[in-house]
Each structure stands twice: as structure tokens, then as C-alpha cells.
Design a protein around this ligand. Structure first.
Ligand code: KIV
Ligand code: NA
Length: 277
């Protein structure tokens, strides 16, 4: 397969072919995404929580995100690679946004960056696009500013708040974003917004009317404990399988069932004789 390009995503929207996006944060998850044939891989700042163990996405640094993006890049050939600009890395000025985004492109080999609607996002997106950096937008539930939104909850559930989401989406589209994520908004609101969206829209908890879907790798594979958000569909329970695997190994070591002869090396008897003499 040839690497996925921005025009190809636009073409998929035109043809009504759903776009598949998934997050990845390291080499093995990237290899899985590559082999599974997804279109877009996002090094999401959700990695702050899924792989770095922070309580939210807010504390993750650019350096940490760059390390995750570099590892992901090494496992990918085909999907478009998008990296999240973390909280505090692009808001202060257009200059700051361009410097941070350039690091993701140059050091990590990202194809594009993503930023969350937050009051200055459209202005920053325009500056990035003018600097030649492809930008994906993100509206609705924006975890970097979840405190101001009243926590991790669905957005756009009143007429006023649905209009806020619509304004954010249109501003990011107007600013030149090649695609936008709609997160956790009522499906009816997403459907109406779709009439105004000219760029591919990737939904997560936004219903079936969007041009594609995205899920967090660890959520869809059940690599973390707990139920997760309403929109998560679990396709595997790897956390439980991993615990069972490590537990079986521990049990084998403690009962001396591992290692067995098959797992050990041998030495030529003559060499062994010389060694032990
Ligand atoms: O960080 C992330 O995983 C995301 C997706 C949920 C869109 O931003
Ligand atoms: Na994110």
C-alpha cells in the first residue's frame, strides 16, 4: 500500500468511504495499526493517560509526546501520522505553535498536527497552515480544557452549546484545517453540522453521520481497566489476557515448571570438559 495522503482522505469523503483512525503511542501499537490497514494514526495526548499514567492529558510535555511520536513513526509506513499538540505548547502565540508543530514534523516525522478548540485554536491553525503544516482540528469534548467544560462529558446538549460547537468547527474549517475531530456530541447535532462541513470529519462519540471514526487503541482493545466512555466499543480484553499471561509465568517460575530443557542452551561436551577441568 502507498502512504495515505491528504487528498486521499478528501477523496474518501467525496466517495462516502468511511475513514478509519486509531491512536497509537509506540512501536508495537503502530505495527498493529499498520498491519490492520487503518487510514490515519493519531499519536493522541490521550497517551498521557493510557501509556504514561497521568490523571489527565494536561501534564504531558512536548518532549514526552515527541518520544511517543518517534516510536510510533518507526512502526508505520502507510497510514497518515497525526500528532497532538499538547496543552500549553501552542496557545501563547502563533510563533510558539509553529515551533512546536515543526518539532513534531522534523524530529518525529509526523505528517500533520492536531489541536483542540480553545478560543485561540483557529488563529493558531491558520498560522500553522500558512507555515505549510497540515492541521487537524478537534471540537466538542476537548479534554485539555475539560475543567472549563464541566468535566469529561458530552458537549453541545443545549441549543447554545451546540452553537458553540458549530462555531468552533466552522472557524477551524475556515482556518484551513484539512480535517476535524468531533468528540462526544449528540448524533443529531453532528448530523446537522455535517451539512456545513467540507473537510473530512472524524467522529468519536458523535454518531454515524461523520466521514470516519476514531477510537483510543487501549479502549478498543481493553488494555485498561474500567468501562470507559459510552462511545467505546471493546473489541478485545487484552488487559485481562496480559494479567493472566504474566500470572501464569510467575506461577511457572515459582513451581519450577519454567524453564524446561527446550528453553536452555547446551555446550559441546569436549568444551564443557575443558571448562570444568
Ligand atoms: O488524544 C486522543 O486520543 C484524541 C482522540 C480521542 C481524538 O484526541
Ligand atoms: Na487528544
Amino acid at each position: 500500500r502507498l502512504p495515505v495522503s491528504l487528498p486521499q482522505l478528501a477523496e474518501k469523503k467525496r466517495l462516502g468511504e468511511p475513514i478509519v483512525m486509531v491512536t497509537a503511542y509506540d512501536y508495537p501499537s503502530a505495527v498493529v495499526a499498520e498491519q490492520a490497514g487503518v487510514d490515519v494514526v493519531l499519536v493522541g495526548d490521550s497517551g498521557a493517560m493510557t501509556v504514561l499514567g497521568y490523571p489527565s492529558t494536561v501534564p504531558v510535555s512536548v518532549d514526552e509526546m515527541i518520544m511517543l511520536a518517534c516510536a510510533t513513526r518507526r512502526g508505520l509506513r502507510t497510514p497518515l501520522l497525526v500528532a497532538d499538540l499538547p496543552f500549553g505548547s501552542f496557545e501563547a502565540s502563533d510563533q510558539q505553535a509553529i515551533e512546536t508543530a515543526r518539532r513534531f514534523i522534523k524530529e518525529a516525522g509526523a505528517d500533520a498536527v492536531k489541536l483542540e478548540a480553545n478560543g485561540v485554536a483557529a488563529e493558531r491553525a491558520r498560522a500553522l497552515v500558512n507555515a505549510g503544516i497540515p492541521v487537524m482540528g478537534h471540537v466538542g469534548l476537548t479534554p485539555q480544557t475539560a475543567t472549563a467544560l464541566g468535566g469529561y462529558r458530552a458537549q453541545g446538549r443545549t441549543a447554545e452549546r451546540a452553537l458553540d460547537v458549530a462555531r468552533d468547527a466552522l472557524a477551524l474549517q475556515e482556518a484551513g484545517c484539512f480535517s476535524i475531530v468531533f468528540e462526544a456530541i449528540p448524533s443529531q447535532v453532528a448530523s446537522v453540522l455535517m451539512e456545513r462541513m467540507e473537510v473530512p470529519i472524524i467522529g468519536i462519540g458523535a454518531g454515524a453521520a461523520t466521514d470516519g471514526q476514531v477510537l483510543v487503541f487501549h479502549d478498543l482493545l481493553g488494555i485498561r481497566e474500567g468501562v470507559g466512555a459510552r462511545f467505546v466499543k471493546r473489541y478485545a480484553d487484552l488487559h485481562d489476557e496480559m494479567v493472566a499471561g504474566v500470572r501464569a509465568y510467575a506461577e511457572d517460575v515459582r513451581t519450577q515448571r519454567y524453564p524446561e530443557a527446550d528453553h536452555t542452551y547446551s555446550i559441546d561436551p569436549v568444551e564443557f570438559e575443558r571448562f570444568s577441568a
